[in-house]
Design a protein around this ligand. Structure first.
Ligand code: AP5
Length: 232
């Protein structure tokens, strides 16, 4: 169990969700994905979901105030529980400078600043292949790929057996808008965090388990055991 606070950066399709699940399981962190929180709000038909829907379908960023509402409500609700007092890994947040500065302010107020940020790098041509071939479980949200990570039974989740479906923003046209938005608004955050000495860069274009091992070692390293002091 780790009680640090971490961010996973990377383009759409870089493998943030896939890796976040593995890293959080192994380190006992809470996985907070703003994409998942927003999709849940859309599904539930809340005011935040209604405000987010059209932006998500077009591949644009959802306005910051809506994102803050869904994320900080979740963090705040956990103020008495794990996400604020235990460790967490943010996936898909922050996505622009205003979000990064707001996160810094909120964590500074709690006296719990970020520990480290990882940037997953993957070539553009691979991102397009990954996103258009992705299928996600309607039940548990687990992510598969028709070619790279096929489920054992076609169309069904290996974990919960739920039906697999394609996300509405994974069509080629919307993916190209999401990648353009990423380059314009999110990629500059690498410099934002590098200048604070928080950034590690990890090659995400390798086998899932290999990437996870490097993230575990470099993003969320386990504390080194202290040499035991000997009494004279
Ligand atoms: P979000 O859900 O966050 O989408 P994203 O960042 O575009 O990222 P993805 O979920 O598409 O990809 P991923 O990096 O998680 O990759 P995955 O592991 O699934 O956001 C969706 C929308 O919500 C945004 O466009 C925006 O509108 C809104 N939004 C969210 N957060 C926001 C914020 N903070 N501010 C404003 N708006 C916000 O992998 C992709 C595929 O590749 C899968 O099929 C997977 O199986 C496969 N794969 C993964 N790793 C590997 C590997 N190593 N080798 C081979 N295949 C792999």
């Amino acid at each position: 169990m780790t009680d640090g606070r971490y961010v996973l950066l990377g383009a759409p399709g870089a493998g943030k969700g896939t890796q976040a699940q593995l890293v959080c399981q192994r380190r006992g962190l809470t996985h907070l994905s703003t994409g998942d929180l927003l999709r849940a709000a859309v599904q539930a038909g809340t005011a935040a979901g209604l405000a987010a829907k059209q932006h998500m379908e077009a591949g644009r960023l959802v306005p910051d105030d809506v994102v803050f509402e869904v994320l900080f409500e979740r963090l705040g609700a956990a103020g008495s529980g794990r996400a604020a007092s235990g460790g967490f890994l943010l996936d898909g947040f922050p996505r622009n400078r205003a979000q990064a500065e707001e996160l810094d302010r909120r964590l500074a107020a709690l006296g719990t600043p970020l520990d480290r940020v990882a940037d997953l790098t993957v070539p553009d041509a691979i991102l397009l292949q990954r996103l258009t071939g992705r299928r996600s479980c309607r039940g548990c949200g687990r992510s598969f790929h028709l070619d790279f990570l096929p489920p054992r039974a076609a169309g069904l989740c290996d974990g919960c057996g739920g039906p697999l479906e394609q996300r509405s923003d994974d069509t080629a046209a919307v993916v190209s808008e999401r990648l353009a938005v990423y380059r314009r608004q999110t990629a500059p955050l690498r410099e934002f965090y590098a200048s604070r000495g928080l950034l590690v860069s990890v090659d995400g274009h390798r086998e899932v388990g290999v990437v996870a091992d490097e993230l575990l070692a470099r993003l969320v390293p386990l504390p080194q055991p202290q040499p035991s002091s000997r009494r004279a």
